[in-house]
Design a protein around this ligand. Structure first.
Ligand code: NDP
Length: 448
């Protein structure tokens, strides 16, 4: 008889065998499997019905060609992906990422994480993810539009309000969602608002969706600090990245009286001891679409360090909000040494496994991404609700819903960790709570 831990190891080895050379996907699966030992001990029927094996296998994976013409008339060819991972709880739901590093392994890791994250929101949404190796950097508006249109010509076959509902991610913001939705509407000749989220406010979007991931991770951090008898007001924070998630993390932190003294992009780090000037950052990143170095050039007292390491900046709360594996064991040790007491992951899987271990060993409150950054997809779920009821909610109402969802996620994750004998371990709590919701639905459906 194979013991449960060996059983999970066997599942993992099979995942590696079937998905060779997809390191990020292996990492995401391993992190979840490492939490599931105690669950299988309590729920042997999950082993019998091979629920874990089934969860690790996407329901469907689509890879397609995306040809388009650049401004010089030259033909370019990119690769598009949509991985429809799990629809036990609702239509597949998850963003699209446009970045040159995208390949099947990245989309699968993101899709896998999305299953459990979406389950934690308590909303009826399954897990999926998509994207392309297209690099939006340096492209003209027209090139972005032509690419998005070509991408949707193929993607439209696989998406729909009751089937699969994409949204944004790295490299896909409001502009790209507009071009994608416009083409979907044209091809299908239907105004199917619920087919995509992150839409503009004038055409089916939800208030607070733009801000939701950043605001949500700050709400989650506030809940973790509450458990420690602390609050965000007066805390010194750092936020990596300077995109959608980072900007609205900074905004909410400032609103709550915390000070953000550093942010970054993939070229370097900006340090501003007086506190990041959000209006200037938004001007540089959202309006001019340029680099964070431009911020330091214009802000008195700010410094820019090319290739700097943001995790060496002393802070009390850190928000990794850029990309996967951006914070390793050494970085975690530096944060702990400098007095960091809480980390909320705005990005997906930004902390490496040894980084997570270092935080857990040091008893840092570590808000794993699938819980801490679930506010984005949760508000996408709220956008779908508004679309279905042909309604628009106020900012205040939508933000209150988001905050309540983040509190509920925190409570669920915290209580699950306690129930399984690991108080304060948000990684274990999130993995088990998310997994059980999906697993129970899959059991109810039989072998499908
Ligand atoms: P954006 O494209 O808006 O911004 C990404 C930011 O991260 C940019 O500033 C980018 O800089 C920076 N970045 C990328 N790679 C690195 C790196 N190696 N080092 C430092 N900075 C880097 O994407 P989002 O803000 O939407 O997404 C950020 C993260 O949050 C991703 O992991 C995403 O999956 C996750 N997430 C996003 C959600 C959303 O609602 N948007 C929801 C949940 C999770 P540069 O311009 O140089 O590339």
């Amino acid at each position: 008889m194979v013991s449960l831990d060996e059983r999970l190891e066997a599942v993992f080895q099979e995942v590696i065998r079937r998905n060779p050379a997809e390191a990020e996907f292996h990492q995401a699966v391993r992190e979840v499997l490492e939490s599931l030992g105690p669950v299988l001990a309590k729920r042997p029927e999950l082993v019998e019905c091979k629920v874990i094996e089934r969860i690790c296998e996407p329901e469907r994976q689509v890879i397609f060609r995306v040809p388009w013409q650049d401004d010089t008339g030259e033909i370019q060819v990119n690769r598009g992906f949509r991985v429809q991972f799990n629809s036990a709880l609702g239509p597949y739901k998850g963003g699209l990422r446009f970045h040159p590093s995208v390949y099947l392994g990245i989309i699968k890791f993101l899709g896998f994480e999305q299953i459990f994250k979406n389950a934690l929101t308590g909303l009826p949404i399954g897990g999926g993810k998509g994207g392309s190796d297209f690099d939006p950097k340096g492209k003209s508006d027209n090139e972005i539009m032509r690419f998005c249109q070509s991408f949707m010509v193929e993607l439209h076959r696989y998406v729909g309000e009751y089937q699969d509902v994409p949204a944004g991610d790295i490299g896909v913001g409001g502009r790209e969602i507009g071009y994608l939705f416009g083409m979907y509407k044209r091809i299908t000749n239907q105004y199917e608002s619920g087919v995509i989220t992150g839409k503009g406010l004038g055409w089916g979007g939800s208030r607070v969706r733009t801000e939701a991931t950043g605001y949500g991770s700050v709400f989650f951090a506030a809940e973790m600090l509450k458990v420690l008898g602390q609050e965000l007001e007066g805390k010194t924070c750092i936020v990596s990245g300077s995109g959608n998630v980072a900007i609205y993390t900074i905004q909410k932190l400032e609103q709550l009286g915390a000070k953000v003294i550093a942010c970054s992009d993939s070229d370097g780090v900006v340090y501003d001891d007086a506190g990041i000037d959000l209006e200037l950052l938004k001007q540089v990143k959202e309006v001019e679409r340029t680099r964070v170095s431009a911020y330091a050039e214009r802000k008195k007292g700010a410094r820019y360090v090319p290739d700097g390491n943001i995790w060496e900046v002393p802070c009390q709360v850190a928000f990794p909000s850029a990309t996967q594996n951006e914070l390793n064991g050494k970085d975690a040790a530096a944060l702990v040494k400098n007095g960091c007491i809480a980390v909320a992951e705005g990005a997906n899987m930004p902390t490496t496994p040894d980084g997570i271990r270092a935080f857990l060993e040091a008893r840092v409150a570590f808000g794993v991404g699938k819980a801490a950054n679930a506010g984005g997809v949760a508000t996408s779920g709220l956008e779908m609700q508004q679309n279905a009821s042909r309604d628009y909610w106020t900012f205040e109402h939508t933000e209150a819903r988001l905050q309540q969802i983040m509190r509920d996620i925190h409570r669920t994750v915290y209580e699950t960790a306690e129930e399984y004998g690991a108080p304060g371990n948000y990684v274990l709590g999130a993995n088990i709570a998310g997994f059980l919701r999906v697993a129970d639905a899959m059991l109810a459906f039989g072998v499908v």
